[in-house]
Design a protein around this ligand. Structure first.
Ligand code: SF4
Length: 118
């Protein structure tokens, strides 16, 4: 019997949702992101130059065995997940930027400011 990736599923993709946000350009835009990051379970990342807010939130339909209780009726975003883009492949998501706190964003902005001054 062959083992597939799904046999090792830990339901990783069912524990968060990521939504696109406007790319920040002005000081006020970055301050809005600081506000997002002040909240528990929120991170912001950049992938392929697009900005996203990530909300850590376990799906209500992920059962104790890491299986979907509404598999046949799961939303299309869930149906779009394939082996190739499975989160189980681990760690490296290819983010260009990742912020999990106000401090990380402030440090990024500070370094960005230093680069501009040179
Ligand atoms: S609906 Fe099912 S597949 Fe979609 S996130 Fe919830 S548990 Fe996962």
């Amino acid at each position: 019997m062959s083992v597939t990736l799904c046999d090792k599923c830990a339901g990783l993709c069912c524990r968060y949702l990521a939504l696109p946000i406007e790319k920040p350009t002005a000081k006020g835009d970055f301050d809005d992101i600081r506000w997002y990051l002040a909240h528990e379970g929120i991170s912001v990342f950049v992938e392929d130059s697009d900005w996203y807010i990530n909300v850590a939130s376990r799906c209500k339909y992920l059962n104790r065995d890491n299986l979907c209780d509404i598999y046949e009726q799961r939303p299309r975003i869930c149906r779009g997940y394939k082996d190739e883009n499975c989160d189980f492949h681990g760690g490296d998501y290819g983010y260009e930027l990742y912020f999990s706190s106000i401090e990380e964003l402030d440090e990024y902005l500070e370094n960005k400011g230093k680069k501009k001054k040179k």
